[in-house]
Design a protein around this ligand. Sequence first.
Ligand SMILES: C[S@@+](CC[C@H](N)C(=O)[O-])C[C@H]1O[C@@H](n2cnc3c(N)ncnc32)[C@H](O)[C@@H]1O
Length: 406
Amino acid sequence: MTMAALLVEARRLCSVAGLSPEVCTDSLLEAAVSRRGKALELQPEAFLSRLRDDTSEQRELVEELLVRESWFWRDVRPFEWFSGWLREQGWPARGTLRVLSAPCANGEEAYSIVLAALRIGVKASAIHVDGLDLSLRGLGLARAARYSPRALRALPDELKSRYFVGLPDGGFQLDQACQSAVRFQCANLAEAGRVARGAPYDAIFCRNLLIYLDAPTRSRLLAEILQGLTPDGALILGHAEASLAQSLPLSPVKDGACFAFLRQAPAGVAGPIRPAPVRAAGGPLRRAGLPVRPRSAAGVASSLRQAGASEAQALADAGRYREALELAESLRVLQPGVAEHEYLVGLLHSALGHPAEARRAYQRALYLEPSHGPSREQLSLLLEADGDTARAARMRQGLRDREDIR
Ligand SMILES: C[S@@+](CC[C@H](N)C(=O)[O-])C[C@H]1O[C@@H](n2cnc3c(N)ncnc32)[C@H](O)[C@@H]1O
């Protein structure tokens, strides 16, 4: 009874942060509530009244639910692309560069943006990055700017040796000038107007948050981000979020693993290039780009399937799509006839920019499970990308041609 009341309260807090109920499952909420109760040494009844009355405890509970996993130069390609794009856009000569990192977690992304700009010769004093996040714990770490070797694992050596100093405990301290280029602020991005406050931005990094948010919050935030870009600005999303930008008036950058979108079509391109769509909801990659959280036993079909899918997800997190694909392929061989495995294979082909293979995988998933919604949606996106809007629309409505299911 008390646990049910605690879950109601926890769910209310999640909705304030715009977090989707699909992400904040009962088992996650229960685990978070138990951790906090234990930390305070309170019985459920006492913890419930504390939670209802004490806003700082409400915040602590939300902190338990936030996933702050991040690292420098995450996925590599987005930052490599960003450096090249800045140069093409005329930096360093263009003056002050303004970029938003939202969410910024523990600062790794915001500082990576600074390093990407320094690398092409923009002076630290000409870089202004706003780092926004809901997590006070994350922002504290961001301001301290001390990181473990693990957080720097993907950073090019040249940047690591130039801008970090080794500490006696084995950690690394970021250079002061880099730190000064970032302004960290606590912000609930589910609240309207947070992006607008610092806009306009030359680029906005919004990676690995949208997949956590409920649909209305996600749409509103994306609209606000669009408004917050300069006319020739760039939006950089996480790899599981690229399909979410398809409805926006943006041109995807033709670069398999970077998932950047431009307000203006790149030179020589007549219309928007469709990205290889990556489905954000419904399948094992739904939380791609995020650490694997424990799920209830009821939430998974079998432990083998969960382990394999989680490992594929972890590989995808690290941008190792080919290895993730190999694993996903072996899963479908080990456990044939599972639509979800075919779907996973399709997602990874999409991420690798292989639309024909992706399409075949989604078709196999629909053959196995005609009501498999995520595959139907992916397939309709691919049909749309091919200009076959009529079939895409039919596919979306749940109607299928013989051709679509093989
Ligand atoms: C997985 S991290 C992503 C960090 C970074 N962008 C990256 O891709 O590495 C997700 C972050 O979203 C933040 N977050 C979740 N809900 C939020 C909200 N409503 N407003 C602001 N930040 C939020 C969490 O605190 C967490 O730090």
